[in-house]
Structure formats: C-alpha cells, structure tokens
Design a protein around this ligand. Structure first.
Ligand code: GDP
Ligand code: IMO
Ligand code: MG
Length: 426
C-alpha cells in the first residue's frame, strides 16, 4: 500500500479529523502536509473529545507515526498547549515528529494577522488570526525561520535581523510598538528545549514508510474552496489544501499517491468571509447549524450553512481527482422532509452553468436546486450500507454522480465507530 490523501472537498470542516482518526487505526503513518493551527479537527473516541489544531489526527494510535510536514507552519506555543492537553487525557504523544523544514509561526505573525485583518475593514477575510497569512508570506519572501534553525540561536538572531526591520515597519504603519529581538530569542530557547527532540529530517521516515509499502495517510487542512490558488481568492488560506500539494508538503514523488479520499459533508458550511452561494440565512440554515453543531472548532464562530453545493463538489472532484469519497454528517439530515442540492448556478445574465466561475461572478450567482425526498428516520445507529434508508442511499448516489467517484465511507455521527464502511459491490 502507499499514500492515501484525505482532503476537504468543500469550504473546510468536512470532518477530516474524524475520518483520519478512523482510518489511522490501520495506518503506519499520518502526515499533515500544509496549514497550521488554523485547523480545528474534531476527534471523538475512547480518550474523549479533542479539537486538534496541528497534531495529526492519527495521534491516538500509538503505533502510528504522526508527522507535521514541511509544508506546515508551526506555532510552538500553541503546539505545546495542545500536547499538554493530549497528555492530560492519557494520550501519548511520543509518536509525533516535526519537520525541521517547517516554518515557525512567530508571535509577530499572529500580531500582524490581527492588524492586517483590522486594516481590511469591511473586506476582512475573517481569518482565524493564527498568523497563517503572515508566516506563509514571510516564507515566500524568504525571511521566515524554520524549526530546525531554532537549534542555533545565533543563526536565529541573524535571521531576525533580516525579518524584524520589515515586521517593525509594518507594525509602525499600524501604530503598533516594535517587536524586540531579545524577547523572541528568549522564547526560542524555551521552544527548543521543549520541542527540539521532535524536530527531525522527516524525509527518510516518509521515504522508508512508502518504500516498505506501509499505509501512509496524508491529512489535509481546510478544503478546495479556500485553496490559495483555486479557492475564492482573496478569501482563502495561504497554503494549498489540494491533494496535488501532498508530495510537496510531505516530501515524496508524485507517483506514490494511490488514493485520494474526498471528505464531503452532506450539506455545506463555511466560516469566514467570501462568496458562499448556497448560504441560507433562513430557519433551514439555522436548523442545519443547530442540529449539526456548526460552530468553528478553532474560533467558536457560527458557521454559515446551506445545502450541498454540487458545483463546488464537481469542481473539487476535478481538482483533487477523488478515487473515493467519505460522506460525513448524513445523520444531520435525518429530520428534513426535503433535501435540496445545488446542481448549477444561474449567472447574472440568466445563463445556467455547472462550471465554477471566479470570484467576481461567483459573488453574483444564484444557486439552482434540485429537491430530494428526505428519509425521516434516524441513521446514527446504522453500520451497514444496505441498512441505510432507501432515500438516503438515493441522496448519496447523487453525491457520487456529482463527484464522479464512489462513496467508500459514510459517517453517521461524531464518534469513531459511527462509520459505515461500504463493502465492495454494495
Ligand atoms: P474538520 O476540520 O474537517 O476535521 O471538521 P471539524 O472537526 O471542524 O467539523 C466537523 C464537526 O462535525 C465536528 O464537530 C465533528 O465532531 C462533527 N462530525 C463529524 N462527523 C460527523 C457525523 O457524521 N455526524 C455528526 N453529527 N457530526 C459529525
Ligand atoms: P479545518 O482544517 C474552516 C478559513 C478562515 C478564513 C480563511 C483564511 O478545520 O477545515 P486563515 O486563518 O487560514 O488565514 O483563514 O480560511 N479557515 C477555515 N475554515 N476550517 C478550517 O480549518 C479553516 N482554516 C481557515 O475562516 O475564511
Ligand atoms: Mg475544522
């Protein structure tokens, strides 16, 4: 076996953490390949309920090696908190490694994220304020600092002398006092002392796993619609959740990606700004939010809710090339008499399209819906595909048609075992 990418097919929060936690029971390795602690991956299992931000969702299986990959960005302070919470719940974190090439989210990145958002006023992206945009922009501008460099304080000092004048000019423009080199260096010592033993060259670990044909899961953060290149720019994150980024972010040749599992929530949610054509601001949207518990796992913000956006799903299916799907939160639809699916958009000139337009047009489209009869019966206890109500299976087959890929897993609740694994041929 080789690598399986598990990626978000929509606007994020599809249930990636939950799916990885399930699959990691039989995986040798889980690698996060992009993003940082902007992620909120909820896992509910025998250890309790967790909202993982940077730690890969395979951490609960002590046999699984968990890697924060090169394409990720690491806030050492929040990571230490996350590790302490896991350990307090009895979860061993000895199986966690961090790529020495991953970039460090410095305190000034978080500061800048907040100030940049404030300066955008009504056009704010609605970021998680975790410093993601600033750290990735510093990475691209080549003034970032990588985890492995933290072992060499003199080197960090040199690097800070390049970065800080730039940072402080920006802070001054916002009327904020400058950041002091010594304050950062004091933190660097503590970070290295506490995290240094986990910082390694992750390349040989991943290479060995793949060469030995062990099962490696690649855990995506966010979803296609917030991808830096293909999402609703500028209302996007600063990394690439797309499956195509996995070889870069983890560090292996393309040909090892054997499976791409798209995680599809049975309806749509988004948190943060930007166009979201299927958003329902009526009581149906409120019901989806309440039944689905749709509040941000990282920021607690209420998520925008609506019916499944089939245009976005079809778009993400092409971009990611799904070999299979994991549909989550089917149970949330159990009590709806009618379920709608957006199958196309109506453009401002009245034309109907199934293609994803870019943002200036997307902001003006109207969703075109098809209606499906609901099933009006609970599904949370179901564990076999054949036991799903017929209308639920019909609805699921619509999702398969839109994505052009077979459903392999159906999640009917947040708990680890509330998963239907579809048998071949069913
Ligand atoms: P992620 O960021 O993609 O990992 O998803 P989040 O954890 O942010 O959001 C998914 C939410 O749905 C979490 O609260 C999960 O506990 C919950 N969840 C996941 N799968 C299911 C499911 O099948 N049914 C229900 N009711 N909740 C689910
Ligand atoms: P998971 O991995 C949902 C959204 C923010 C904002 C935009 C940019 O749990 O699916 P950023 O802080 O990355 O600069 O914010 O992306 N966002 C998420 N939305 N789930 C997430 O992660 C998100 N991470 C970022 O709301 O609109
Ligand atoms: Mg989330």
């Amino acid at each position: 076996m080789s690598a399986t990418a598990v990626v978000g097919a929509q606007w994020g929060d599809e249930g990636k953490g939950r799916v990885i936690d399930y699959l990691a029971q039989n995986a040798h390795m889980v690698v996060r390949y992009q993003g940082g602690d902007n992620a909120g991956h909820t896992v509910v299992n025998a250890f309790g309920t967790f909202r993982l931000h940077l730690v890969p969702s395979g951490i609960f299986n002590p046999q699984t090696i968990n890697i924060v990959g090169t394409g990720c960005v690491v806030n050492p302070d929040t990571l230490l908190e996350e590790l302490a919470d896991l350990e307090a719940a009895g979860v061993s974190t000895d199986n966690l490694y961090l790529s020495n090439r991953a970039h460090v989210i410095m305190p000034y990145h978080r500061l800048l994220d907040g100030l940049r958002e404030q300066a955008r006023g009504g056009k704010a992206i609605g970021t998680t304020k975790r410093g993601i945009g600033p750290v990735y922009s510093h990475k691209a501008a080549r003034v970032g600092i990588r985890l492995g460099e933290l072992a060499y304080p003199d080197r960090v000092r040199e690097r800070l002398r390049l970065a800080l004048p730039w940072v402080n000019r920006e802070l001054a423009a916002y009327g904020h006092p400058p950041v002091e080199e010594e304050d950062i260096l004091a933190k660097v010592d503590i970070w290295w002392e506490k995290l240094g033993h986990r910082v390694v060259n992750t390349l040989p670990l991943i290479r060995d796993a793949l060469e030995q044909e062990r099962r490696v899961l690649l855990e995506g953060q966010l979803g296609v619609m917030r991808d830096l290149d293909w999402g609703i720019y500028p209302y996007v994150t600063s990394s690439n959740p797309l499956a195509g980024y996995t070889p870069v972010g983890a560090g292996f040749p393309l040909r090892y990606v054997e499976e791409v599992i798209g995680v599809v929530k049975a309806y749509s949610t988004a948190v943060g700004g930007g166009p979201f054509p299927v958003e329902l601001t009526d009581e149906v949207g409120d019901r989806l939010r309440e039944i689905g518990g749709e509040y941000g796992a990282t920021t607690g913000r209420p998520r925008r809710c609506g019916w499944l956006d089939g245009v976005a799903l079809r778009y993400s299916a092409w971009l990611n090339g799904y070999t299979g799907l994991a549909v989550t939160k089917l149970d949330v639809l159990d009590t709806f008499d009618t379920i709608h699916v957006c199958v196309a958009y109506r453009l401002p000139d009245g034309t109907i399209t199934r293609e994803m337009p870019d943002v200036p047009i997307l902001e003006q489209v109207e969703p075109v819906y098809e209606a499906w009869p609901g099933w009006n019966s609970p599904t949370g206890h179901i564990r076999r595909w054949a036991d799903l109500p017929e209308n639920a299976r019909r609805y699921l087959s619509t999702i398969e048609e839109l994505a052009g890929a077979p459903i392999r897993y159906v999640s009917v609740g947040p708990e680890r075992d509330q998963m239907i694994v579809r048998e071949a041929g069913s």
